[in-house]
Design a protein around this ligand. Structure first.
Ligand SMILES: [Ca+2]
Length: 334
């Protein structure tokens, strides 16, 4: 806009989404006159701009001022108080607002997960030594400040070691301060515990940050760790036997995903230790248990390997049962 004379004005209707402090900047030029105008809302002068000439009508300079604006639609006015100057553009930049505009993407989002680490469960006497990793992930593009992880251990377990990838943990391992977690990055905490009894127990972790979060539904997690196939361990003599690995992963990946499976596992852990003791002391019982377990191990392996093999095996088993049953009924009939 050129050829501006003293007393000229321009009005702009603008919608201000957020009330607060704004930096207003004007791109102006003049040949040899001082530049002077008021930036107004209604009769209120928000800024009184005075600027030296820029020595050329096309030699642009930017002049800025800080103003306060309320939210909402309003008319802003540039009122010329001097002649012979040009304006190219003006802009408003929010410096600090009263509130965030709706739908802004400034919230962060943490999520937490937990998984057994290598050597997840090592038997020692009546219980075991347990290792697992808690992973805190920032799944947003915004920094999460002062991230705190809270651990809950079941009764009776004792902490062996706790190792955060950043920050520090309390001596009892219940709270870890992980510092800031940047956008799309994560922090981990490795926890080693001594569990006094072998049955699976439930471990919990929850995470928080001083930054606002878009979702709190993913801030807690739990997992069951521990557990032992007592009878199988007794029969095969070693917890680390390859077959027992198959049975354990069958328990964790298949049985534990069904209600009846969890009930079976509970029943098994509450009733099998005395039987396991007896098996361990008798060689014939050991050999017999091994033989009895082999089909179960085979089924567990096949179930985890693929449904095709499982279907074939199930068909063979049913056929076998039918044949045995027929022979039995035929023998009875004779
Ligand atoms: Ca979250």
């Amino acid at each position: 806009m050129g050829w501006i004379e003293e007393g000229d004005w321009m009005e702009y209707t603008v919608n201000i989404p957020t009330g607060g402090t704004y930096m207003v900047s004007f791109r102006v030029a003049s040949l040899d006159q001082k530049i002077n105008f008021a930036f107004m809302r209604g009769n209120t002068t928000l800024a009184d701009i005075r600027f030296d000439s820029t020595r050329n009508f096309q030699h642009w300079r930017t002049v800025s001022n800080t103003i306060e604006l309320g939210a909402g639609t309003q008319t802003l006015r540039i009122q010329a108080n001097a002649r012979q100057w040009n304006i190219n553009w003006f802009e408003l930049e929010l410096l600090s607002g009263e509130m965030d505009p709706p739908g802004s993407a400034i919230d962060t989002d943490l999520s937490v997960s937990m998984q057994g680490d290598s050597g997840q469960w090592e038997e020692n006497g009546t219980g075991g030594r347990l290792a697992y990793i808690v992973t805190v992930s920032n799944v947003s593009s915004t920094d999460a400040g002062n991230v705190e992880l809270e651990n809950t251990f079941p009764d009776g377990v004792s902490l062996v070691s706790i190792t955060p990838s950043a920050g520090s943990c309390s001596s009892d391992g219940l709270v870890c301060n992980l510092g800031d977690v940047g956008p799309f990055s994560h922090a981990t905490v490795r926890i080693v515990l001594s569990q006094p009894s072998p049955e699976a127990k439930t471990y919990l972790a929850s995470v928080s940050t001083t930054t606002d979060e878009s979702s709190l539904n993913n801030n807690q997690t739990s997992a069951d760790f521990g557990g032992n196939c007592f009878i199988a361990t007794a029969a095969f003599g070693s917890y680390s036997h390859e077959y027992l690995f198959i049975l354990r992963s069958f328990r964790d990946n298949i049985l534990m995903s069904f209600d009846w499976g969890r009930q079976f596992v509970d029943l098994y852990y509450s009733s099998s230790p005395p039987l396991a003791d007896w098996v361990a002391k008798h060689d014939i019982a050991k050999a017999t248990t091994q033989l009895l377990l082999l089909p179960l191990i085979a089924i567990a392996w096949l179930l985890q390997t693929g449904w095709f093999f499982s279907a074939v095996l199930a068909a063979l088993l049913i056929a076998g049962i039918v044949i045995v049953f027929r022979r039995y009924t035929m023998a009875k009939a004779l």
